[in-house]
Design a protein around this ligand. Structure first.
Ligand code: SAM
Length: 213
């Protein structure tokens, strides 16, 4: 994700605290009160400019979606789109995924999506990959028993690494696709990166992984 300095971002974010939640740790255990219903909550970690969660939220009005994005200059674009969409079932967080267990209590999130996560190809950066063991522990702490991670990427190296990491963690892997756009998967919502890379002819890989404890 290309970062541009956006000096107006902080003010813009501060003006929309009902959509980009400013103190998410204070909401722990009561996220349903933010959405004013008891519908399941799905989060996308590394949501970028938010195209995926907004598309999913439109397609699934009975599910609440939260986009989690580390970069302020990127999440602000997701905020703009969320405002334009006027969808009631979308919220955003400008936090590092590492903080998730301080934001959601165990079982408060029903599913985690990871889409086109940064590959961090150098071995010394392995711990930053969002499918590294410590991140899998982090997601497990906020998901229910047998919670799921749905992962898509164009990066073959990251996909192979992630299959190994998910499997070594003891997760059950299902619906592995080595070419999502040529598969029979229905209802795929494309992310920004997915549109960009598939337009260049790159294959999209996908897997669903389920915790076993
Ligand atoms: N999911 C979007 C898509 O498919 O178009 C964006 C993909 S972009 C390559 C990855 C995003 O993940 C970046 O915006 C980056 O800032 C975010 N990210 C990386 N590490 C993160 C972390 N630890 N916590 C939250 N967001 C993170």
């Amino acid at each position: 994700m290309r970062l541009r300095n956006k000096p107006w971002a902080k003010d813009f974010i501060a003006q929309h605290p009902h959509l980009l939640i400013p103190q998410p740790k204070e909401v722990m255990g009561s996220w349903n009160s933010i959405f004013k219903n008891d519908n399941p909550i799905h989060i996308e970690v590394g949501t970028g400019k938010g195209q995926f969660i907004l598309g999913m939220a439109e397609q699934n009005p009975d599910i609440n979606y939260i986009g989690v994005e580390l970069a302020e200059s990127v999440v602000v674009a997701a905020l703009q789109k969320t405002i334009e969409s006027a969808l009631p079932n979308v919220r955003l967080l400008n936090v590092n995924a590492e903080e998730l267990p301080d934001i959601f209590k165990s079982g408060e999130v029903d599913r985690v999506y990871l889409n086109f996560s940064d590959p961090w190809p150098k071995k010394r950066h392995e711990k930053r990959r969002l499918t590294y063991r410590t991140f899998l522990e982090t997601y497990e702490r906020i998901l229910p028993k047998n919670g799921e991670i749905h992962f898509k990427t164009d990066n073959q190296g990251l996909f192979e690494y992630s299959l190994t990491s998910l499997s070594a963690y003891g997760m059950l892997l299902a619906y592995i696709s080595l070419d999502l756009h040529k598969s029979d998967f229905e209802g795929n919502v494309m992310t920004e990166y997915e549109e960009k890379f598939s337009a260049k002819g790159q294959r999209i890989y996908r897997v669903e992984a389920k915790y076993q404890n």
